[in-house]
Ligand binder design. Structure first.
Ligand code: NAP
Length: 455
């Protein structure tokens, strides 16, 4: 790249997951002004939750990275991975070098249930478990005791289904995925025979999407168990929020409740109208107490769970809460603590600062939802660009800017270096017919690059 482009319009995107990648792609498509994008990423590996969140047995969903790669190969985009906002670079650094900054940092923290016993050994957040089985460097040293027969998963969303599936997949099913090696062994040898997924509301209010719920019925080693009596009353409650997805979910669940079990060695049991009120045990989780709920329409017409006096106790040796995520503040960036998101108006944070994805609207929607969301923010950014409402950075050439970033993080991973890591991981997977065998530690990932340099 030439260094003559002092007048270039530069945008920094913080986070290379789906939201950041779609924002980059939309910026690069803009024809009126050529926008130059630097895509920053904290880890040495890009693509955020596509690499570290999407379940390993969902390779089709992961193939969206082909699109992100095309964006990353654009001549006006540079990947600056292994560079952390707030650690290697401050907001002031970015404000003095870019016309605009787009936060695409997601909502990394799990929500807590806030009930007694939540901190007992054996009580886990799905966030930790998902990061662990996907080989995210922050989670690779965690340990999960999966020797017990019954596991409870709290929550009725797609993350709960991912966790439930991963707990009952066979070694053969796991062995063809890019699941982290440490997790492959632990999952394949686990003692888990029954996973109970518990929803606090009824089937019509579950947050599952139809394909994910349907897929549960196709597991080779586990039957799906649903009690028609437990879902019956909830199904007939008219819910103004019931859309096509909800109606289909009820149909799929009714199908599960009425079909005969195949007698597979494991079971995934779906329970409804139960809220956890305590995790019990001396030295670790031994059981979960639930309140039986009734549904009650709030002033907005939305049906909410209200606890009745009925209590049930379910013995279980491990509990995973999959009840959603929350955002966490970035240094010097306005934060809406009530919503646990970066404070924003349709993606505008304040002059020259924007936000996309889960950090903007909360942890909802599938990967593709982030495209429309990112486009909305980028359109506002471009509107501000033509109105002269962006930042006024010091002019700097491409190479000088990269040198500046390297001065803060000499181990910067650019796209070419990421491709070396990528090829290395794919090569490790090839003999076993796996898409890749992931390296799970930052040192290991960077070690591949050092090896390459020595060759
Ligand atoms: P989610 O879809 O928002 O589901 C969260 C679930 O937790 C809801 O059933 C919610 O019930 C329940 N919940 C919340 N607080 C609770 C509490 N205190 N006690 C008991 N239950 C509680 O969140 P998610 O599963 O984390 O997924 C996040 C997003 O990623 C979703 O949009 C999801 O579709 C997406 N995703 C997609 C895929 C895929 O496409 N394959 C895979 C994973 C994730 P209420 O409804 O009653 O609040």
């Amino acid at each position: 790249m030439s260094d003559s482009g002092d007048a270039k319009v530069r945008v920094a995107i913080i986070g290379s997951g789906p939201a950041g990648s779609y924002a980059a792609s939309h910026l690069l498509r803009h024809t009126e002004t050529e926008v130059h994008v630097d895509l920053y990423e904290r880890l040495p590996t890009p693509w955020g939750l596509v690499r570290a969140g999407v379940a390993p047995d969902h390779p089709k969903i992961k193939s969206v990275t082909n699109l992100y790669e095309r964006t990353a190969e654009h001549p006006r985009l540079r990947l600056f991975a292994n560079v952390e906002f707030g650690r290697h670079l401050t907001l002031e650094d970015l404000r003095s070098h870019y016309h605009a900054i787009v936060y695409a940092v997601g909502t990394p923290i799990d929500r807590a249930m806030g009930i007694p016993g939540e901190d007992l050994p054996g009580s886990h957040s799905a966030t930790d478990f998902v990061g662990w089985y996907n080989g995210h460097p922050d989670f690779c040293d965690l340990r999960f005791d999966l020797s017990g027969e019954r596991v409870v998963v709290i929550g009725a969303g797609n993350v709960a289904l991912d966790v439930a599936r991963m707990l009952v997949l066979t070694r053969e099913e796991l062995a063809v995925t890019d699941v982290a090696d440490h997790a492959l062994e632990a999952l394949a040898t686990s003692g888990v025979r029954e996973v109970v997924v518990v929803a606090r509301r009824g089937p019509a209010q579950a947050a599952f999407t139809n394909p994910e719920l349907r897929e549960l019925g196709e597991l080779s080693d586990a039957d799906v168990v649903v009690d028609l009596a437990e879902m019956g009353s909830a199904e007939t409650v008219p819910d103004p929020s019931a859309d096509t997805t909800a109606r289909r979910n009820v149909e799929i669940l009714t199908g599960y409740a009425t079909r005969s079990l195949a007698g597979k060695p494991k079971q995934v049991v779906l329970r409804f109208l139960l809220s956890p009120v305590a995790l019990n045990g001396e030295h670790g989780v031994e059981s979960v107490s639930f309140a039986r709920n009734a549904l009650e329409a709030g002033p907005d017409g939305v049906l909410r769970a209200r606890a009745t006096d009925e209590r049930i106790e379910l013995p279980a040796q491990a509990v995973f809460r999959a009840i959603g995520y929350r955002g966490t503040p970035l240094a010097d960036v306005p934060f809406d603590s009530e919503r646990a998101l970066i404070a924003n108006e349709r993606g505008r944070v304040r002059r020259g600062e924007y936000v996309v994805g889960w950090a903007k609207r909360g942890p909802s929607g599938v990967i593709g939802t982030n495209k429309k969301d990112a486009n909305e923010t980028v359109d506002l950014l471009l509107e501000d660009l033509s109105a002269g409402r962006l930042l006024d950075p010091q002019p700097i050439g491409d190479a000088a800017l990269e040198d500046f970033v390297r001065s803060r993080q000499p181990e910067l991973v650019d796209y070419a270096r990421w491709r070396s890591i990528d090829l290395h991981e794919r090569g490790r997977g090839e003999p076993a017919g796996r898409p890749r065998v992931k390296l799970t530690r930052v040192e290991e990932l960077l070690g591949v690059l050092a090896q390459g340099a020595d060759d």
